[in-house]
Each structure stands twice: as structure tokens, then as C-alpha cells.
Design a protein around this ligand. Structure first.
Ligand code: ATP
Ligand code: MG
Ligand code: MG
Ligand code: MG
Length: 475
């Protein structure tokens, strides 16, 4: 059978369509829900139905949803399985079928339709979910050694302090069955396993008193990572080497004039980051997000900046107008047919937006170099024995001008100036805390509708005071 990414997506949707699901289009990356920054899962467009606020249009549905997860930004290119942009294949039941069908179909899809060897698939369940255990063991026939009970953190999904919630069950693929099957096997060991499918059984309502009362209308919400199942079926070592992403890396290789096989690990990471980020950027811009200093626009800006820096580290010089990302983006657009059919038609605007942002950032980098010079000069002319650049300055250079701290440190060291790394780390940690709080969770409670797009930004960039002066940054 055909295991191209496009074919896997098609086969998933057809599998569920032939089991009564209506195939619905992907929703935009910009959710209608004002409490959520970006679409991070397939269920988001159905949130009002799951909450019972809107009547269901169909009993069950299936989608290939484009998603963005900025909480995985740091993992990109480091793990084999995380992207900022990916597609989540999902099947959903709105008070229609429940646990038994969801489990049996997930198994049939994995082992019959996709043909995974049954003894390579492990499952996790929530520790108290005996019902799921029985179904996996008796109805499906998974040996008990390969059913792992896990705690609340991993296998219980909640939508907030109160509201719909329930246990989940995940499917993992085992790359190394020869390592054995015993009590101590850890599904979180990513040198051996990859999680590919998550089944959420929305069966309780959590009350103010913390009680779990059974829901009248039980729902199913699932997510299967397209790039992950493609990795497994195409037998490649990571998501990036699947046909969904590798052609983009191929384009970057051409621009850098290097070959993948001879690339160092660090170069490979750069290649993956550029490919990942350009997918995210193209689809975000297509869905109406433009680079800016707040909210969603800041996500795009950060992704472009990271991609530019990685490009420089690969020695890419760009076209006559000083931009290379549009060339990469063209490849992404060429591959966009089944992800977002509007992209091709919007292509000129998307490419121009990217080009402008890249050129603008290159100028920012030049200014950053000047700022660094200035700060080094200041540090050197300070009275005292040891010249030191403050953590705050290093952070501004990193966050506003896109200077990796290692570069700042290197340049500083050449001039005999050290960096307050503790101070820098403290600034980073502060930023991380703030952005995680904002990005991580799908809030299902509409009631507490604080508009997180307003305060998601750790750093609001207010412009340059004057060239000699530092950028004005509000933290
Ligand atoms: P992981 O533990 O690997 O980070 P997750 O448990 O956070 O994954 P879920 O929230 O359960 O992921 O999402 C459902 C499915 O979507 C996952 O099983 C996986 O196949 C896919 N997925 C989740 N996050 C990513 C990502 N950053 N990149 C690619 N696929 C992802
Ligand atoms: Mg995750
Ligand atoms: Mg997980
Ligand atoms: Mg999961």
C-alpha cells in the first residue's frame, strides 16, 4: 500500500468515513475561540459542541487538522517527533459511539489499515480506567504486559478546574522489541518508543467540589500525528525525513550547498528548524497572521528570526535582495495542496510578507551588532578589574536582536569581557515561564474568557529609541 504522507492522510479519513464519520475540513490556525491563541489540536473547532453550547451537526466526524504548538518550539530538530507545525488526524464522537468502538477502530486502523505488526504496538491507559483495560485485553487481545497504567499527568484529560474531562489511552510504536517486555519498560523512553495516537474518553463532568459525575453525552476526541505515523510507515529515523518535510530540507541543502549525509548534527538541527518553521510561517500567514510584536504575530516573527539565524549558521546568503526564506517557502507552498487549499492562491502575499520580515530582521541584526559594540565599549571603560556584560543586555541582544548568547559570549570574550550568565538565565527563565503559562493549555472553559492574546507577549517591542541607544523593550 501507498505510504506517502498524502496517502496516509487520505486513508485515515476514508477509514473513518466508511465507519459513519463525516469528513470535515481543517479549521483555521486562528481559532474562533478568543481564549485560545492558536489551534493546538483537532478538537478545538468542536469545543462548543463538546461543551454542549452548540448542538451537534453530525453524530461523528473526522478531520486532518493543521496545528501549531509553540510549547514544543525548543524540541524542534532535537527530538525526532516534535514540530511547531504538524497535522493531527482525528476522529470525534459527539455523544455517539464511545470507548469500545474508539479503541477497536484505533487498533484496526493501526494494525490492519496501516499494517503495523500487532506486537509492536503498546498502549497506555489511565490507572483507574479498568473499562479501557478490559477492552484492550479482552476485545482487542493486547497482552497485559503491553498495557501500561499511567497517572493523571499523562493520561487524564481535563478542560480546566471544572467541566468535561476523562481518561485517555495512547498508542505507542516500539522500534526495539528486542529490548524486551517487562514491568520496567518505560513508554516515555523515546530511544525506543514513539507515541502516535491519543484517544480521549470525555465521560465525566468535574464539579465545583471536585466530584466526577458521569456525563449524559459521552464524547470521543482523538489525535494521531500524521508526521509520526509517516515516520513509522516510511521507516525513516525521524519525522523530518518523511516525504511531508524532507523536500523542504532538500531545498535548504541546495541553498547551503551541502549534502544531508555529510551534514553535522548541528547542521541537521538547523535544517530541521528551518523546514519546520517555514511550514508554520506559511500556514500562519495564510490564515491571516502577520509578523508583529504581539500575540500571534509575535509567534510568526520569532519563527522567522530563528529560521534566519539558522540559515546564517549554514552559510546561506540569500538572493539578490538579501532574502532566502521565500525560496524555502515556495517549496512549502508547492507541497500545500492537501493541507490548506487556499495557500497557492495566496502565495504572492505570503512570499512578500516573509521577504519583508527577513530583510527587516537582517537590518535589526546589523543594529544589534552596533549595540553589542557599544555595550562592550561601556563594559571595558568601566572602572574596576573585571569587565562584564550584564545578563539583561545579553538578553536584549538575544530577544530583540536575535543574537544567540553563545555568539554574544564569543565576541565578548575576544575583547576580554565576560557575560553574567546567571543574570541571562534568570531573564530567560522569566520569559519561559510567561510564555508557557500562555501557550500550553487548551482551555475549554469559555466562562473565564480572558483574552490571552492580549497578554501572551513576554516582550513587547516598542521600537528603537535611536541608533546608539538600546531598543526599548517592555517586559
Ligand atoms: P508528546 O508526548 O510526544 O509531546 P503529546 O502527548 O503532547 O505528545 P497529544 O496532546 O496527545 O500529544 O496530541 C495527540 C497526537 O498529536 C500525539 O499523539 C502526536 O501523534 C501528535 N503530536 C502532538 N504534539 C506534536 C508535535 N509537537 N509535533 C508533531 N506531532 C505532535
Ligand atoms: Mg507534547
Ligand atoms: Mg504524550
Ligand atoms: Mg498524548
Amino acid at each position: 500500500k501507498d505510504v506517502s504522507g498524502d496517502s496516509i492522510r487520505r486513508r485515515f479519513l476514508d477509514f473513518y468515513a466508511s465507519r459513519g464519520h463525516k469528513i470535515l475540513p481543517s479549521a483555521s490556525l486562528v481559532p474562533e475561540d478568543p481564549t485560545v491563541l492558536l489551534t493546538i489540536a483537532g478538537m478545538l473547532q468542536f469545543k462548543p459542541v463538546f461543551l454542549g453550547k452548540v448542538p451537534r451537526q453530525v453524530p461523528c466526524a473526522t478531520t486532518a487538522q493543521r496545528c501549531i504548538r509553540t510549547n514544543d518550539l525548543e524540541n524542534v530538530g532535537k527530538t525526532a517527533r516534535h514540530h511547531t507545525f504538524f497535522e493531527m488526524l482525528g476522529n470525534f464522537s459527539f455523544g455517539d459511539y464511545f470507548k469500545k468502538e474508539a479503541i477497536k477502530w484505533a487498533w484496526e486502523l493501526s494494525t490492519v489499515e496501516f499494517g503495523l505488526p500487532a506486537d509492536r504496538v503498546w498502549v497506555s491507559i489511565y490507572e483507574d480506567d479498568d473499562e479501557a483495560f478490559e477492552i484492550w485485553k479482552n476485545e482487542v487481545g493486547v497482552p497485559v504486559e503491553r498495557i501500561k497504567r499511567m497517572g493523571e499527568a499523562d493520561n487524564f484529560w481535563t478542560s480546566g478546574p471544572t467541566g468535561p474531562c476523562g481518561p485517555c489511552s495512547e498508542l505507542y510504536y516500539d522500534f526495539h522489541p528486542e529490548r524486551g517486555c517487562n514491568e520496567n519498560v518505560d513508554l516515555g523512553d523515546d530511544s525506543r518508543f514513539i507515541e502516535f495516537y491519543n484517544l480521549v474518553f470525555m465521560q465525566y463532568n468535574k464539579t465545583e467540589d471536585g466530584l466526577l459525575e458521569p456525563l449524559k453525552q459521552k464524547n470521543i476526541d482523538t489525535g494521531l500525528g500524521l508526521e509520526r505515523i509517516a515516520q513509522i510507515l516510511q521507516k525513516v529515523p525521524n519525522n523530518y525525513e518523511t516525504d511531508l518535510i524532507y523536500p523542504i530540507i532538500g531545498k535548504v541543502l541546495e541553498l547551503a550547498n551541502i549534502s544531508y549525509d555529510s551534514a553535522s548534527d548541528k547542521e541537521k538541527t538547523s535544517l530541521k528548524v528551518i523546514a519546520d518553521h517555514m511550514r508554520a510561517v506559511v500556514y500562519l500567514i495564510s490564515d491571516g497572521v502577520v509578523p508583529s510584536n504581539i500575540g500571534r504575530g509575535y509567534v510568526v516573527r520569532r519563527l522567522i528570526r530563528r529560521a534566519v539565524r539558522k540559515g546564517k549558521s549554514l552559510g546561506i546568503n540569500g538572493d539578490g535582495r538579501g532574502a532566502f526564506l521565500p525560496i524555502v517557502a515556495e517549496k512549502v507552498i508547492e507541497m500545500s495542496t492537501y493541507i490548506d487549499s487556499d495557500v497557492k492562491q495566496k502565495s504572492p502575499r505570503i512570499l512578500e510578507e516573509i521577504r519583508q520580515e527577513e530583510v527587516h530582521f537582517n537590518k535589526t541584526l546589523e543594529r544589534g551588532e552596533k549595540l553589542l559594540e557599544l555595550k562592550l565599549h561601556e563594559a571595558l571603560s568601566m572602572a574596576g578589574k573585571k569587565s562584564c556584560l550584564s545578563g539583561k543586555d545579553a538578553f536584549v541582544l538575544y530577544d530583540t536582536y536575535g543574537f544567540p548568547v553563545e555568539i554574544t559570549a564569543e565576541v565578548a570574550e575576544e575583547r576580554g569581557v565576560s557575560i553574567d550568565m546567571d543574570g541571562f538565565e534568570a531573564e530567560m527563565e522569566n520569559q519561559r515561564r510567561q510564555s508557557q503559562a500562555a501557550h500550553n493549555v487548551v482551555k475549554l472553559t469559555v466562562e473565564d474568557g480572558d483574552d490571552i492574546t492580549k497578554n501572551v507577549d513576554e516582550t513587547e517591542f516598542l521600537g528603537y529609541d535611536s541608533l546608539s541607544a538600546r531598543a526599548v523593550v517592555k517586559s
